[in-house]
Design a protein around this ligand. Structure first.
Ligand code: DC
Length: 220
């Protein structure tokens, strides 16, 4: 049976994962956070001290997999659940850099397509609508201004020890946007047939409701 695939792409901090989780819960789809896959590869490369020129020869050893526990995605490196430890600013930056390497993208391409073939999914990332699922039933490009995205990230980080300043968070977002949109392989860009949703002035509930409406209209 053909599965239903929804692609949500957009820059860091647009609220993709929180909103996509809310939408998938409401519609009963599996939510796939592809950024977690890139983060896990970055962790693997860092932990094993693998240089860029050796990635292609070693990537198959990474053994990255997703498991869905009570409907929630957990990401594994071998037998180790690394879902929480990949959320540091260091891994964010490393993932942004190593995700530009074609061998990394090729390795994760098949993983992502297989999940979408087997499940009704809402998959979020940077190149889902353009490269991974070009035939997705619905494509959304979710964005917000860099300042608003930095604000949101800063509010999240404020509660944790060693919190960076607002300016550092904003600089990080601008740098990651630049890296993600300017890389040669699968850069972040809106697919021609994607619907643009700008959440700068929307709260989470309003954003999720806007997306549920788009999906319902397009799939009914
Ligand atoms: O969404 P995130 O912040 O967890 O993603 C981490 C990095 O991974 C991001 O800087 C770009 C990269 N990424 C990608 O290149 N393609 C995807 N489909 C998802 C993430």
């Amino acid at each position: 049976m053909k599965t239903i695939n929804i692609a949500i792409d957009g820059p860091a901090g647009a609220g993709k994962s929180t909103i996509a989780k809310m939408v998938s819960k409401e519609l009963g789809y599996i939510y796939v956070d592809t950024g977690a896959l890139y983060r896990t590869i970055a962790l693997f490369l860092t932990e094993n001290g693998i240089a860029d020129e050796d990635i292609e020869a070693n990537i198959e050893r990474a053994d990255v997999s997703l498991r869905f526990i009570d409907g929630a995605q957990r990401v594994f490196l071998g037998d180790r659940d690394v879902s929480d430890m990949i959320r540091t600013p260091e891994i964010s930056m490393a993932a942004s850099r190593t995700s530009a390497i074609p061998a990394v993208r090729a390795y994760l391409f098949e993983t992502q397509q297989k999940i979408a073939r087997e499940n009704n999914v809402i998959m979020d990332g940077r190149d889902i609508g353009t490269v991974v699922l070009p035939d997705a039933d619905v494509k959304i490009f979710l964005t917000a201004s860099a300042e608003e995205r930095a604000n949101r990230r800063y509010r999240e980080l404020m509660e944790k020890p060693g919190c960076p300043t607002y300016q550092e968070v904003l600089d990080d977002i601008i740098k990651r946007d630049y890296q993600d949109t300017h890389r040669k392989t699968a850069p972040l860009k809106q697919a021609e047939d994607a619907v643009l949703v700008d959440t700068t002035k929307l709260n989470l509930e309003e954003s999720a409701a806007a997306i549920v409406k788009i999906i319902t209209e397009k799939t009914s």
